[in-house]
Design a protein around this ligand. Structure first.
Ligand code: CDP
Length: 220
C-alpha cells in the first residue's frame, strides 16, 4: 500500500502546536489531524452518555463508536457542532483523565492512522512521534514555559494577567502537564529523533516557517 508522509508535532498544552500544525498542513496542502480533539470528543461523549469515566471498557467502547464528523474546522458529534464545547476546562481535564486509559488509546489508534491513508498528514498531539506515527518523516517537539502558555490561553479568553482567573489557568495547565507526563502509557515526552522547538519567544508564523524549512531540507 502506498504510504504518505507524516509530520508529527507533539508538545504540552497551549504550546501552539494545533495552530502551527494546521498552518503547516495548509501550506503543504496536506490533511491535518488534531488528535487531542478525539480525546476531547470521547470525554464529552462519555459525559453525555452518563458513563463513569473510570469504567475503561465502557469508555473505550464509546471511543470506537464515536459518531463524529470533521468538516472545515467544525466538529460534529451526533450531528451537533461541539467545536467550542470540547475546549472547556472541564472537558480538558476529563480528556486528560480518559487519555490515561490504555484501552481508550488503543481504540483511537487506527482512527488516527486512517488520516494518513489518502494524502500527506500533519498530526499534532502528545504521542504522534512516539506511538501513532513512529515512521513520521519529521518529528517536532514544541514547548514553551508554563507561564507563557498560560498567558497565551488567557489572552485567547480575554482574561487579564495577575487575576485569580489567570492563576487558575496556570494551575490547570501545570496540573494537566503533570498528568500527561507522568502517566505510564504514552506519556508526553520528546521522541529521541524529534527536533525541539521552544516557542516561548517565537510567533506562530516564525514556528511555522521553521517547520516548513526543516521539511524542505529532508525532502531534498
Ligand atoms: O490543546 P491542548 O494541548 O490543551 O489539548 P489537546 O491537544 O486538545 O489534548 C487534550 C488532552 O488529550 C491532553 O491533555 C492529553 O491528555 C490528551 N491527549 C493525548 O493523550 N494524546 C494525544 N495524542 C492528544 C491529546
Amino acid at each position: 500500500m502506498m504510504t504518505y508522509p507524516v509530520i508529527a508535532i507533539d508538545g504540552p498544552s497551549a504550546s501552539g502546536k494545533g495552530t502551527v500544525a494546521a498552518k503547516v498542513a495548509e501550506i503543504l496542502q496536506w490533511a491535518y489531524l488534531d488528535s487531542g480533539a478525539l480525546y476531547r470528543l470521547t470525554a464529552l461523549y462519555t459525559q453525555q452518555c452518563g458513563v463513569n469515566p473510570a469504567n475503561e471498557d465502557a469508555v473505550a467502547d464509546l471511543a470506537v463508536h464515536l459518531p463524529v464528523m470533521f468538516h472545515h474546522g467544525d466538529i460534529f458529534l451526533n450531528g451537533s457542532n461541539v467545536a467550542g464545547k470540547i475546549r472547556s476546562e472541564e472537558i480538558s481535564l476529563l480528556a486528560s483523565q480518559i487519555a490515561a486509559l490504555p484501552k481508550v488509546r488503543q481504540a483511537l489508534l487506527q482512527r488516527q492512522r486512517d488520516f494518513a491513508k489518502s494524502q500527506g498528514l500533519v498530526a499534532d498531539g502528545r504521542d504522534m512521534a512516539t506511538v501513532v506515527f513512529p515512521d513520521a518523516v519529521l518529528k517536532i517537539f514544541l514547548t514553551a514555559t508554563a507561564q507563557i502558555r498560560a498567558e497565551r490561553r488567557a489572552k485567547q479568553l480575554g482574561i487579564a494577567l495577575d487575576t485569580p482567573e489567570f492563576r487558575q489557568i496556570l494551575s490547570d495547565i501545570e496540573k494537566r502537564d503533570e498528568a500527561d507526563r507522568k502517566r505510564p502509557i504514552a506519556p508526553l515526552k520528546q521522541a529521541a529523533d524529534a527536533i525541539l522547538i521552544d516557542s516561548s519567544h517565537l510567533s506562530i508564523d516564525e514556528v511555522v516557517e521553521k517547520v516548513i524549512l526543516l521539511y524542505r531540507q529532508i525532502e531534498k
